[in-house]
Design a protein around this ligand. Sequence first.
Ligand code: SAH
Length: 233
Amino acid sequence: MRLGIISALAEEQHGLIEALESPYKLVHGMREYTGGKLWEIDAVCVLSRIGKVAAAMTASILVEKFGVTHIVFTGVAGSGDKNVKVGDIVVAEELVQHDFDASPLFPQFEIPLTGLSRFATDTALTERLAAAAAQTTRVHRGMIASGDQFIGKLAQIQALKAALPDLLAVEMEGAAVAQVCFELGIPFAVIRTISDNANDDAAVDFMHFIKTVASRYAFDVIERFCREHVGSV
Ligand code: SAH
């Protein structure tokens, strides 16, 4: 296994780079890729930057240039359900691009020529991440939607929830990584700590949260995931 770990923001990657043993760095396409051993797992960590194109580019480069065999995305997200609270973790089982709409040529949300509107995560990786996360906080599993918008208005999140009733969280990268991994045949998983309620208070909650809690959660979960994964690969 060579594990690619993508985060969107520097705070989300906090600690992982320092934890890499025998690190090496390579700058490519305006991103810094840092490889090395992460608790005995061969890993490459990178910041994708924000949004679907940025995330798709980063995932593709991880696979094609760095030869990663598995990808995990760690980050924060807005809540998409009343039972999903700030500080909870959502582990994706499926991802949707909520701003994709080629109707009437294709059904809303369907990605042309794949026949899919939802991309499933790898079951084994998802299982292990959820188990690791459950030792840190409350964990939900289900659908996450991504789009090139920070959802920070109550009307926006309500409209999304009406269109996608099983929505658990909203963010800006996961579904893009999902499509790339689907097309390249790479097992992947997405884990998101809830930073805000994707409503009118979202921007303030978000800034506070990523500085205080999100970085620690991501680090703890990845550490546990790697330590428990070593025996199985
Ligand atoms: N002000 C920040 C912008 C971050 S954008 C900055 O300057 O760095 C929000 C990031 O967190 C994205 O990577 C997205 O995936 C995630 N996210 C958290 N809450 C979100 C929400 N309510 N809507 C969309 N994305 C959200």
